[in-house]
Design a protein around this ligand. Structure first.
Ligand code: CP
Ligand code: NVA
Length: 330
């Protein structure tokens, strides 16, 4: 399959055509196998990557850094207080400087407009490591994980519960549309995905045969599914909305009963992480005690159960990001 992704920026899932999306997943499987065999070739030897982070990150940062190291490239982490970006120097000027020194730029931040501006002016591939609107590298790992459990993405049945208007709701909607999945979103009406994004996903779905359902009922969404996915109720930058979200989303918590309602004994539980599922973090302790809840978007017993594939998903961030870098840079 001759797939030419060389030089491409990936700012949102639809920047990959359906066959390219699957190609990146195939390449990720291949790189995962090579790594396990200890024979990853230095496919990115001599390349340098700028990793720009305006928000915190564990998985995305580490996946980019380790992928670079393992493939022979140099990753340079640039935290929000490390460079002039956004304070003394505009996005445009920063993009033109970094583009002359680095072979690619990863950016995580708030406004999606910033990553678009970077991509416009850098002259090298830009990868969106999460904005308020999209999280494209996450859904590559998610679909890699689903495919490895279900066999094929075509008509694989996925329920997404919770905040459907965040970067994950939007990214899963479009990724499902691109790959012909059967995605059922269950959310309160106030947190339905953006209408324009739904319209784009529906056009894609007509071409690929995907089934997309957006409704309020959890029971309808999870019936007969292969996988149940949730994300935090207050994304980074929206922490002040948590009380309001808890009121809206209590009924969308992934509990043991929700897994049972799928009717599938082998249903898998997915989460992009980090998750609010126990009191071992400052956030968890404060919130769960105040509300007397056992986990927010997911209960601790589901998170720790044999259904949970969340750490496999996290590992697959590395393989899919490695594949994306190889496909676009070498
Ligand atoms: N899932 C994800 O993007 O994790 P990080 O915020 O740790 O990068
Ligand atoms: N929706 C979450 C995803 C974190 C990986 C956030 O934006 O905080």
């Amino acid at each position: 399959m001759g797939m030419n992704l060389l030089g491409r920026s990936i700012l949102k899932p639809a920047d990959l055509h359906p066959d390219e999306f699957l190609y990146v997943l195939d390449l990720a499987e291949e790189l995962k196998g090579l790594k396990a065999a200890g024979s990853l070739p230095p496919l990115l030897k001599g390349k340098s990557l700028a990793l720009l982070f305006e928000k915190a990150s564990t998985r995305t940062r580490c996946a980019f850094a380790v992928a670079c190291a393992e493939l022979g490239a140099h990753p340079e982490f640039l935290g929000k207080d490390d460079i002039h970006f956004g304070k003394k120097e505009s996005v445009r000027d920063t993009a033109r400087v970094l583009g002359r020194m680095f072979d690619g730029i990863e950016y995580r931040g708030f406004s999606h407009g910033v990553v678009e501006d970077l991509a416009r002016d850098a002259g090298v591939p830009v990868y969106n490591g999460l904005t308020d609107l999209w999280h494209p590298t996450q859904v590559l790992a998610d679909l890699m994980t689903i495919r490895s459990h279900v066999g094929s993405l075509r008509r694989a049945r996925l329920a997404y519960l919770g905040d459907a208007r965040n970067n994950m709701g939007h990214s899963l909607l479009v990724a499902a549309a691109l790959t012909g999945m059967d995605l059922r979103i269950a959310a309160p009406r106030a947190l339905f995905p953006d209408r324009e994004i739904v319209a784009v996903a529906e056009i894609l779905a007509q071409r690929t045969g995907a089934r997309l359902t957006i409704a309020e009922s959890v029971a309808d969404a999870v019936r007969d599914v292969d996988a149940i996915y949730t994300d935090v109720w207050a994304s980074m930058g929206e922490e002040d909305k948590l009380a309001e979200r808890i009121a809206l989303l209590r009924a969308y918590q992934v509990t043991g009963d929700v897994l049972t309602a799928s009717g599938n004994r082998d249903v898998i539980f997915m989460h992009c992480l980090p998750a609010v599922h126990d009191s071992r973090t400052a956030v968890g302790r404060e919130v769960l005690e105040a509300y007397g809840m056992e986990g927010l978007e997911v209960t601790d017993d589901v998170f720790e159960s044999s259904h949970s594939v969340v750490f496999e998903q996290a590992e697959n961030r590395l393989h899919t990001i490695a594949a994306l870098l190889v496909a676009t840079l070498s």
